[in-house]
Design a protein around this ligand. Sequence first.
Ligand code: CU
Length: 447
Amino acid sequence: MTSRRDFFSRGAGILTATAGAVGLTRSAAAQQAPAQAAHAAAKGPGARRAPQLAGGTAPTARTVVPPAPADGSYRPVVTLNASSLPYTISAGVKEFRLVAQPVKREFAPGMVVNCWGYNAQTPGPTIEMVQGERVRIFVKNELPEWTTVHWHGMLVPNGMDGVGGLTQPQIPPGKTGVYEFAIDEPGTYMYHPHADEMVQMAMGLMGMVVVHPKDPTERAIDRDFAIMLHSWDVKPGTATPNVAQMLDFDMWTFNSRVFPGIDPLPVRLGDRVRVRIGNLSMTSHPIHLHGYHFHQTATDGGRIPDSAQWPMTTVNVPVGATVDIEFVADRPGDWAFHCHKSHHAMNAMSHDIPNMIGVNQAGMDKRIGGLVPGYMAMGSTGMAEMAKMAMPLPRNTLPMMAGKGPFGPLEMGGMFTVVKVREGLAPGDYRDPGWYRQPTGTAMRLL
Ligand SMILES: [Cu+2]
């Protein structure tokens, strides 16, 4: 039997208001939240958004600028909407404590996801160490199943490589595993489980490792950012990632946040800037920066010699790799920084829907409205109108595109943020400087 929901999702295209939003994706509401869908339909267009599904409060996802080390041995990396892992020193060894555990992560205000992560975050805190120094990393397992940590790209002894069953027994729930090594090559690396990997990575267990050069003047940089790319399948109206998903993801994140929940990258005019990008999602991401020609200066295999670099505006970040890019911020402005796969700069409601462009939907509002009060046919002229209006959505679900700029709706979601280059920012000041004021006579004019 064809349900009313099925009828809408198959027949009516880009439905939006009330039940439309729920029937919008063929799989989402139909498979996962039938009760909600019916509920939303019954409540009509004025229905207020229901409370978040995930419940509880997620720890703040603020960007925490790590304190500089007392010995001035390196300039800390700023991990957007996350932090670096604190350490202690024990008999000359730098000790870190990671706790693998379930965490609630707010992707953006209005959506909290039931994830797994480290130390109450996904991605886990960035681990910063210095070339050649001995580190000891305690990994406490508070997950409901065993785990390990693999040090991706790092040249560790075989017994420290973290591959469950191959180089070590898995760490059972409640137990702690200890890794210890020294890394000789500075660079950008990652950490993630090599135990029930498909599930544990789909739930968000991953983080970045930065090994700073022993000589702080080597590769000196003014602003150094870290961003981990990830993909998720969190169907509209739900709160737990579908770990069985292989291709059809619907949420695309920088540090497990989506625009407009991702902090900007504030940069002082003239700063030398590095952005370290890691990718443990299931597809590659062509990351594009407006306003600059940058160089890719490193992979997780090490530094690229100057003679082998070339200017770029988009760098493809492959799966299971890191990419460092560098540029001198000599052009003030608000410069978009985003994945160039356009679906990756959108949120869940935009994927997998019938194409209604050019379809005459006149009369449909009235006829379907008889069944679903407040129904509104949309999409005949494109989807921009969706960014202009606030529509009721399934609970714990973000609009497909959101954000407001100085000139109106920004029409973005997912993997999108802004590099804000400003004169006179104090060193170490990472506060959002607001929107750029374009000099008179330098902006587009509407005729
Ligand atoms: Cu992408």
